[in-house]
Design a protein around this ligand. Sequence first.
Ligand code: PLP
Length: 393
Amino acid sequence: MNHFNDELANDLADIRAQGLLRQLRRVDSAQGARVTIDGRTLLNFSSNDYLGFANHPLLKEAAIKATEQFGAGSGASRLICGSLAPHHELEEALANFKGTEAALTFSTGYAAALGAIGALVGKDDVIVLDKLVHASIIDGARMSGAHLRVFAHNNLADLEDKLKWATQGPCAIYRTPRILILTESIFSMDGDLAPLRDIVELKDRYGAWLMIDEAHATGLFGAGRRGLAEACEVSDRIEVQMGTLGKALGASGGYICGSRALIDVLVNRARSFIFSTAPIPAAAAGAKAGIELLQSNEGEERRVRVWSLVDRLKNALVAGRWKVPVVQSAIIPIIIGDEAAAVDLTAKLRERDVFIPAIRYPTVARGAARLRVTLTASHSNEDVDALAAALAM
Ligand SMILES: *Cc1c(COP(=O)(O)O)cnc(C)c1O
């Protein structure tokens, strides 16, 4: 085998030596506040199932019904013959929910980012992206072939510098480039908020377009729980609203919401949409049930519950002299720094029946390893107290 496995063993030894080895942990239960790992029940503070929808009876029932009516698989790409009714119903529900003209769904949020960015800009264009955006956006930006400029995290002055470069620099000599700004609304590993209103002002001033990733905001922010764009009252000024159906919405898949023209261009140009089998009917139906549940009283009750748990944990952490973020989101990073120290701490927590994986490079910068605690509506006050107690030991 031409030393294939020997070479790879060396790669793995390198990764391990840096404290960066990742391994899968088999979970033998459904998502929830408790998960079964190696025959033990652990308190789970690592899921993005913020509202506890992933194992909700309404979503399961919708998924089962769709499977019975439309089958387990979808047979082909949406453009060939896989554009099943559940996908269209989901997209109508999404567009209604987000208040946009149209929506398009993808098999994952990752695929949505890759497809949308590449469909909108190319080698003569400029992408300006926040330093801390998710890997899916970085990969989409790179694959698009556009000129990339990274602005310091949430730094408006730096963003403006990059926009000036885009409008006046070498890219603008022969033609006016398209300029696409990419940011998250709630950042996935820090739980902080983008200054969306100011970013919208800037992008209008420089004639740029804005695409935001609402993966961690949809379901939690805004009066209608549509996301941070709603909370900041800028939804109708943002060209591309992206997100996932796999976090607060409890199912799986990714989406882009925006104008009819945007969606029609994506259907024609987004390669991750065109050259990929349609998501299974169960996923689409489950996500649609998630959107409906989100808009119900129960959706609001569950959001309120998440915020009250966040307050409870933050108070306990402050009392235990941990540093906590000032802003409110369901993501509470406990920054450790050293990779090995973070791994050690998660192992200790596991002995106390608490499951939180260490987040390390390349997900975050080297030396910025952390425990990323996520709270969900499935947790109880006692669960949060148990976490605080385990951290205090
Ligand atoms: C999870 C995530 C994605 C990808 O969504 P998937 O549906 O899991 O592929 C994209 N952006 C951010 C910020 C995320 O956290």
